[in-house]
Write a protein that binds this ligand. Structure first.
Ligand SMILES: [Fe+2]
Ligand SMILES: [Fe+2]
Length: 428
């Protein structure tokens, strides 16, 4: 769950450990409000997992608004019930998208964009709730928790999404987490005083009045230390008992859910991580890796591109090769992946170690650390090769898919160049 929370922070452009910090704040608020253990459990999961459905149909969002991560950063700070604030955010997005147009055409394009904006966004945002609920089911969340995830953008005044639930029709955990997450976002953007002023202004609109009052009366204490990163241990320690524990089969399903969540952003990556996992699993068995290493290899394959969420879909969808700035951002995705998976237990996690190396090559020509053969275990070499082979077989906006045969020739050429281990290699 911490890895998923980290992933949603990347995809929504929040600062590091936003979901974790909001979880601590929401749990402090839950304690202050005297919630029982069931309600506290709902608050805990809602804070960590609120945005797990938000990668669905991201390409549609990017097609309309360009850099969707920048859009999400803007949206997180405004009062979504205010047409003027929302209009300003949309105008800013369209100005970025149409920056190259001459002024008269720019004005017309922005106007047209505004006319269509709500028609484009409302179904996408409603879809995020459904997808979040589906992912929630796959990772074993209770029906109540899934219901919470389905109320992603509901508001106290009934002007929210997806159903416009009013007042106590909405779930309490949702109201509490929405307030806690906005408080963190707003304090970071505007400082403590401005944050409390905005929460006061939105009292009775976005937020339940009594809840806003409780927060405002205790804000200094509740937010103490939350401008600093929050560690895994802290999050595990505040989980209401009994703690959720997954067996190996449930872990497999959770990793698969992460794979699908990462790949659902764009049509051309659908199924990518599953396919890489299948290839890597078969190759790992073929060369005789122990069963536990084959399992780690498969789990690393499911999660290898989790760090891609830090790069806007609008970048990946360019119908050309990436420019220098975009390439640099894209090449950092194994770093973000490593960070996301560090939540599995620090640098020692074999899955994180593999994810971190999934674009490395034997001759040091890979990225992001550019390590060489001695630093690449058999499993790391297999994952990188499976990833490269599968990617070559998939279409990208700037090139067609290669056939299996052509992808194999490409890899064999790279073996000769020193990127890969020769094909007759076996462990035993
Ligand atoms: Fe990949
Ligand atoms: Fe990758």
């Amino acid at each position: 769950m911490i890895a998923l929370a980290y992933a949603t922070d990347l995809a929504t452009g929040q600062s590091r450990e936003f979901a974790l910090r909001s979880c601590v704040l929401a749990m402090r608020l839950a304690d202050t409000a005297g919630l029982d253990v069931e309600q506290r459990r709902n608050v805990y999961h809602q804070a960590l997992l609120r945005y797990i459905g938000c990668n669905a149909d991201t390409h549609l969002l990017a097609a309309a608004f360009g850099d969707e991560i920048a859009l999400r950063q803007d949206v997180a700070r405004i009062d979504l019930g205010s047409h003027s604030e929302l209009g300003e955010v949309f105008v800013r997005a369209f100005r970025r998208v149409f920056a190259d147009l001459p002024p008269d055409q720019l004005a017309m394009a922005v106007q047209q964009g505004l006319t269509d904006a709500l028609q484009v966004t409302v179904p996408i945002l409603a879809g995020h709730c459904e997808v979040a609920q589906r992912i929630g089911m796959r990772i074993g969340l209770s029906e109540e928790m899934r219901e919470n995830l389905g109320q992603l953008y509901e508001r106290w005044d009934g002007h929210g999404l997806p159903r416009g639930l009013k007042g106590a029709e909405g779930r309490f955990a949702v109201r509490m987490v929405t307030l806690a997450q906005d408080a963190i976002t707003l304090e970071e953007a505007h400082g403590f005083e401005a944050m409390t002023a905005i929460i006061t202004k939105r009292r009775g609109g976005a937020y339940e009045p009594e809840l806003a009052d409780l927060f405002l009366a205790n804000a200094q204490r509740l937010l103490k230390g939350l401008d600093q990163p929050v560690g895994r241990e802290t999050i595990l320690a505040i989980e209401p008992a009994p703690h959720a524990v997954l067996d190996e089969a449930a872990c497999e399903e959770a990793y698969l859910a992460i794979a699908d969540m990462v790949n659902m952003r764009m049509p051309f990556t659908f199924g990518h991580s599953r396919a890489v996992a299948q290839l890597a699993d078969a190759a790992g068995r073929h060369v005789g890796l122990p069963a536990s290493e084959v399992r780690d290899l498969r789990w690393a394959a499911y999660t290898h591109d989790i760090g891609e969420l830090a790069v806007p879909v609008s970048t990946w969808m360019q119908p050309r090769e990436l420019n220098i700035r975009e390439t640099d951002a894209a090449r950092l995705h194994p770093y973000h992946g490593e960070r996301a998976l560090a939540s599995l237990g620090g640098d020692g996690s074999p899955v994180a170690q593999l994810v971190m190396r999934h674009h490395e090559r034997l001759d040091g020509s890979g990225y992001h650390r550019c390590v060489r053969a001695p630093d690449l275990s058999p499993a790391a070499r297999i994952l990188a090769a499976a990833e490269a082979f599968q990617t070559a077989r998939e279409k990208r906006p700037y090139r067609p898919a290669l056939s299996d045969a052509a992808a194999a020739i490409k890899l064999r050429n790279e073996v000769r160049e020193g990127s890969w281990t020769p094909r007759r290699w076996r462990l035993s």
